[in-house]
Design a protein. Structure first.
Lengths: 379, 342
């Protein structure tokens, strides 16, 4: 994949991706995912995972605290709504700036260590932010209730007048819900994807890969890896902040549970599932997880009975009982099992799986050709 | 002074739990070189061993006493646990002491769990990247947690300590303070003693038995021990199982202090990792010392006087200490030079 890149090919790649994303409401409709709430999630988490991938996929630094940046982005966005008005653009910009600064501070400290120490440090910082958001910072974060926009907030740019109806983010009069919200998220995702693509192909991206491959050698050649990793950390923090802002743009509410370590684990899983270090993989992984989360959590005993209705009765009951563990409330169990299976059998993620299948197909076709040519000259 | 003594005592029992989990983590890391993110789940499994044991013991038989009636006029129901019916006073005694007795039940269970986990999963991850080890054990932790949740529900299940040690001791009186100032529950004292005993046992096992000697040699240089014709792998598997048991019994004994729920493991895990890092990766005494130290620090930070000066410090003190330690002294308090320093 990396050997055959050229600017022209990249452009085609990007355009195909853009077309695919923008037409998602059409081609995802047959599998029951063609409605805006879910599509928004695809775009938002795709962006989050793309950003995470710039750090983990390229430099190999496994951060377990990325949800903190998501949370910072969310809170900043809601504060922007409260103070400046319901326009999503200042909210997104401010969220990126705030999470960038936050990432700079955390990255500066955490990146002094690598390996598991880095993972534990980022985890510690994220837990610290989560605990603080729940307790002391309640005036800023509104604690357990979550931060929301109130009628009485100043909202300077909106004129501050009390509006009728619910407070929804709107871009110059277009309300950011439903398909409008999705297209806003999708455009942001495309911008994020484009930047990620540029980073992947740039000398900077090659430096980041060098960090992953062998940091010692990089140091021996006279390069200091720290600025590169720090830049990658800040960029991926900004992506996370932007994703957090998008969450609030589509639904203006920010809660501390977004910063919990389970949320950090989820984005790791998305990236791994799709394929760390590939451009498309993380987005694919994010969409897949959100899709199955949506499908599986909606299942209940009733639907299971319908699905397994074809089985004889004595089989149906245990099958329903066992599969009932994995759906609905137990969706996290499926997630955990999936996580383990992917790490054990397919560390490169689904993209590697596709590549493997592709190779096997190619080889088998080669083999049949070879065996065909080999039989010909046989005596 | 009395306040300091009180916080010291309060910190010790929590510190004991941290020390026990961190001890197991360090054992696993020192022997197998694997970072076990599922260790908190093992602690939680141990706690649920106690819950299961107690549930099993309290299976009741319902009889009605026709001579007496309740306030509603229906015959009075008398619930007697089967174990009392069959074993009389001994049964009642076992039920009363169900938490400590369930250690006997937890040990074989945790040994088995540890053994299966090591042979079935961890074995395949010796030579994979640390990131992969973290991820797979993290996935396993989620799985264990969710299975427990589906079996026992999401709510905490309180367990009671034996009647004998249910109250609290007036420790202050012993040291000459007025009564009622320094009050410390008996069970926490028991936990402290228990933690000390387990830690002592693990150290004695490693120090004074041939098996322990081989393990220590293997921790120092596993290749050479292997060249001497010793199947070091098998010993390390046993060490893993022992670490699982230590975490499990720590969980069992902790149930009267904190009612177990399915995510208690994760809460403890994050803190235990911090403990391991502060103590020094791969250093057993370091893990124990850091466990108690951080437990005490945490309890000092949650004093109202301290919170008035630095609000929220009790929530973050442990992480703050870890950050400072990692930056100032990367190998931790007692870490060996050159072990996982970068």
């Amino acid at each position: 994949m990396f050997t055959k890149t050229s600017p022209a090919l990249d452009l085609v790649y990007f355009l195909v991706f853009a077309a695919a994303v923008l037409t998602m409401p059409i081609w995802l409709a047959p599998i029951g995912a063609g409605y805006p709430d879910l599509l928004q999630k695809f775009a938002i988490f795709g962006l989050f995972a793309t950003g995470f991938n710039i750090l983990f996929g390229l430099t190999g630094y496994l951060s377990f605290g990325h949800a903190a940046f998501l949370g910072v982005g969310s809170y900043t966005a809601v504060w922007s709504f409260k103070l400046l008005g319901m326009n999503p653009i200042p909210a997104a910009v401010l969220a990126v700036v705030a999470s960038g600064v936050f990432a700079l501070a955390i990255g500066y400290v955490s990146l002094r260590r690598s390996g598991i120490y880095f993972s534990i440090l980022t985890l510690a910082f994220a837990q610290m932010s989560y605990n603080l958001a729940y307790s002391v910072l309640t005036p800023i974060t509104n604690g357990e209730t979550g931060l929301r926009v109130l009628e009485s907030d100043p909202r300077i740019l909106d004129g501050g007048g009390a509006t009728d109806g619910p407070l929804i983010s709107n871009l110059f009069g277009i309300e950011m819900t439903g398909y409008a919200g999705f297209y806003f998220c999708a455009v942001v995702l495309l911008i994020g994807f484009f930047i990620a693509q540029r980073i992947f192909r740039s000398p900077f991206g090659i430096m980041l890969r060098a960090v992953k491959t062998n940091q010692n050698r990089m140091t021996y050649t006279g390069l200091n890896p720290r600025p590169y990793t720090l830049a990658a950390f800040v960029i991926s923090g900004m992506y996370a902040g932007l994703a957090g802002a998008l969450m609030c743009i589509t639904d203006p509410l920010a809660g501390a549970e977004r910063m919990q370590w389970t949320a950090s684990g989820e984005v790791v899983l998305m990236t791994i599932l799709g394929g760390a270090g590939t451009l498309l993989g993380p987005i694919f992984g994010a969409a897949l997880i959100k899709y199955f989360e949506n499908i599986f959590s909606a299942f209940n005993e009733q639907t299971l009975h319908e699905i397994f209705g074809f089985l004889p009765d004595f089989l149906e009951a245990p099958v329903v009982a066992v599969s009932g563990l994995f759906v609905g409330e137990g969706w996290h169990l499926t997630l955990g099992v999936l996580f383990m299976l992917i790490v054990i059998f397919l560390p490169g993620g689904l993209m590697e799986g596709f590549a493997r299948i592709g190779r096997v197909l190619k080889r088998s076709s080669n083999k049949s050709e070879k065996s065909g040519s080999a039989t010909a000259p046989a005596e | 002074m009395d306040v300091i003594l009180l916080q010291l005592l309060n910190g010790l029992d929590k510190g004991g739990a941290y020390a026990l989990i961190a001890l197991g983590l360090t054992l696993i890391f020192g022997t197998l070189g694997v970072v076990n993110f599922a260790h908190g789940a093992l602690f939680m499994l141990g706690a649920f061993c106690a819950v299961t044991f107690n549930k099993f013991l309290s299976l009741e038989i319902v009889t009605t006493d026709p001579t007496k009636t309740t306030a509603w006029g229906s015959p009075l129901e008398i619930r007697t646990p089967y174990i009392e019916v069959y074993f009389g006073d001994f049964g009642a005694w076992v039920l009363n002491y169900s938490v400590p007795v369930s250690i006997l039940f937890a040990i074989p269970v945790m040994l088995l769990v540890g053994f299966i986990m090591e042979r079935g999963l961890i074995k395949h991850f010796y030579n994979r990247a640390h990131a992969d080890q973290i991820l797979v054990t993290f996935g396993l932790a989620i799985v264990i947690q969710e299975v427990i949740k589906s079996m026992f529900g999401a709510n905490p299940i309180p367990q009671s300590a034996p009647e004998l040690v249910r109250g609290a001791a007036d420790v202050g009186a012993v040291f000459g303070y007025d009564p009622g100032i320094i009050v410390y529950p008996y069970w926490r004292m028991v936990y402290l003693g228990f933690a000390a005993a387990v830690i002592g046992a693990v150290f004695a096992f490693l120090q004074f038995t041939t098996f322990g000697m081989v393990v220590r040699a293997g921790m120092a240089d596993r290749d050479t021990v292997g060249l001497l014709g010793i199947n070091i792998q098998r010993r390390f598997t046993v060490v893993f199982a022992i670490a699982a048991v230590v975490a499990g019994v720590a969980g069992v004994m902790y149930t009267p202090i904190l009612p177990p729920d399915y995510h208690m493991g994760m809460d403890f895990l994050v803190l235990s990792f911090v403990v391991v890092v502060v103590g020094g990766m791969g250093s057993l005494p370091g893990a124990v010392a850091a466990g108690f130290l951080l437990g005490i620090l945490q309890s000092f930070a949650s004093m109202n006087e301290v919170k008035a000066v630095l609000p929220g410090i009790d929530q973050i003190i442990i992480y703050l200490v870890a950050v400072v330690i990692l930056l100032v002294r990367p190998r931790g308090l007692m870490g060996r030079k050159g072990v996982m320093e970068n």
